[in-house]
Design a protein. Structure first.
Length: 288
């Protein structure tokens, strides 16, 4: 219950209503399952072909071709990152965090997939290794790598700070990086920046008020989150101005560190007859 919120009268059957058991909206058993054994085999002997360092409070773009792996790594200190993904050949196809959350849950780890927006709705990337999978859910209900938060942004900061003009929120960082990568003005490209995977961020919802919370990330140098690129990907990663998000974000007060994205090429023969997934099979008629 939120503070100072008036309550309606309590019905006589209130406890019976609360006691109704929940039903999972989207049972994962019928989702197309990733071939994790194939991906794990392909990881062996893969070759590093490129790295991008993301400076603190900035963002950088990277490209990961279909059938390649990429890792987001902590390299100097505890730092969270905000990840956007697009189809490298079509920015209209982009990561759909809300549907990914509905299919896999509030936080992602090994075996979960990042799904693309309508009308494409197919796997963009599959998480193949997570060095923080040991964390699970803590006593506060917190876990890492969430698809809850949207990204820190200058518009919300402006509201909460009574007019503040902060330019290194993740939304602005991602906008600048995408503008530089595409050669488009920031004003034209801002609409392509979207809700993120909060890599390494430790988050949850408070038990009493249901509010989104953050706490110090458990990430340490050497930790990484690894993905298999299901399609040709353009990615952008922001090193959040909140650092490890133990206290605040959208400011220059937190200690911040760089992140690194490494792209790996496997031996294509180890992928057998793997091929990028087709776009969603819905006919898009919408009953008309």
């Amino acid at each position: 219950m939120k503070p100072d919120r008036p309550l309606s009268s309590v019905p006589e059957d209130a406890e019976a209503r609360r006691a109704i058991r929940p039903v999972v909206c989207y049972p994962p058993e019928t989702l197309p399952a990733p071939d994790m054994a194939l991906y794990h085999a392909a990881r062996e002997g893969m070759e590093l072909i490129g790295s991008v360092t993301v400076p603190p409070r900035e963002a950088r773009c990277f490209r990961a071709p279909a059938g390649h792996f990429f890792r987001i790594r902590s390299i100097e200190g505890p730092q969270v990152g905000d990840l956007n993904l697009w189809n490298a050949g079509n920015l209209k196809e982009r990561f759909y965090s809300g549907k990914t959350r509905a299919l896999h849950g509030t936080h992602l780890s090994t075996g979960d997939r990042m799904w693309s927006s309508f009308p494409y709705m197919r796997p963009m990337a599959t998480i193949t290794h997570d060095t923080l999978d040991w964390y699970g859910f803590d006593a506060f209900g917190g876990s890492v790598h969430d698809v809850i938060g949207t990204r820190c942004d200058p518009y919300t900061h402006n509201l909460l700070s009574h007019g503040g003009q902060y330019h290194h929120c993740c939304h602005s960082n991602l906008t600048r990086a995408l503008a530089e990568e595409t050669g488009q003005p920031a004003a034209n490209i801002e609409g392509d920046v979207h809700d993120v995977l909060n890599v390494f961020m430790c988050t949850g919802f408070t038990r009493d008020t249901g509010q989104y919370f953050m706490k110090a990330s458990p990430v340490r140098p050497g930790d990484y989150l690894e993905f298999f690129a299901e399609i040709d990907l353009l990615g952008a990663l922001s090193a959040c101005p909140g650092g490890d998000c133990s206290a605040e974000h959208s400011s220059d007060m937190a200690a911040c560190y760089p992140l690194q994205v490494d792209v790996y090429r496997p031996d294509r023969r180890l992928l057998g007859d793997w091929h990028p997934p087709a776009v969603n099979g819905y006919v898009c008629s919408h009953g008309l």
